[in-house]
Ligand binder design. Structure first.
Ligand SMILES: [Mg+2]
Length: 199
């Protein structure tokens, strides 16, 4: 089945909702106040703010809307323009996006970071290069159960806002936003107005 550009965009927008709920849920488990909330069954108190993972995913959807594909220059510009330090970016992303904001070309700036070796991600809790393989395994083995898939990320720990974001986005693309527990959708911070008001 070949999807039209519009159909692909609808999938991306639905996936973004599920990604942001996973990100916001996972990020709550870094907070000291939530240290007694059970990853298996607990529900952190609302509201759940999302982090850098959602902010950058919003820019991805924005670029897809405008170009119908990932235009790398436009995406780098969007990342830099919307960079908000309060969203807990990793040190590498912080430096990269600041350089782009100052006028450096993203290609050169990204090549020069980390002696040209990259960071395997942009999260401030990236600890290994197995983030994506783990997230894809968690999503593939729980593809019909959004809550179980996202909870698997916080049960394992580590870079759990990012893994929960990836897993949430993949499972959400399969199930649609109805797969997200309604209480989670209410607790999650809404997506930014610059994105939702543009539709
Ligand atoms: Mg994050």
């Amino acid at each position: 089945m070949v999807l039209t550009r519009e159909e692909r965009l609808v999938h991306a927008e639905k996936s973004l909702i599920a990604l942001s709920a996973g990100d916001a849920f996972g990020d709550q488990f870094f907070m000291l106040d939530n240290r007694n909330v059970s990853p298996e069954t607990g529900v952190p108190p609302a509201p759940w703010a999302w982090s850098d993972d959602t902010e950058m995913a919003c820019s991805v959807v924005d670029v897809l809307r405008r170009f119908g594909e990932i235009d790398q220059d436009a995406l780098a510009e969007a990342f830099a323009e919307r960079f908000d330090i309060g969203r807990r970016y990793g040190a590498g992303a912080f430096e990269l996006l600041e350089r782009i904001q100052r006028g450096d070309h993203w290609h050169r700036a990204s090549r020069e970071l980390f002696d040209g070796k990259g960071s395997f991600g942009n999260g401030n809790r990236i600890s290994a290069q197995d983030t994506v393989p783990f997230a894809l395994w968690a999503a593939a083995t729980r593809l019909t159960d959004y809550e179980a898939a996202v909870r698997a990320c916080v049960m394992v720990g580590g870079d759990m806002d990012t893994t929960a974001a990836i897993v949430g986005g993949v499972v959400g693309a399969h199930l649609g936003p109805d797969g997200i527990p309604s209480a989670w959708r209410k607790s999650r911070e809404p997506l930014p107005g610059w994105l939702t008001n543009a539709t």
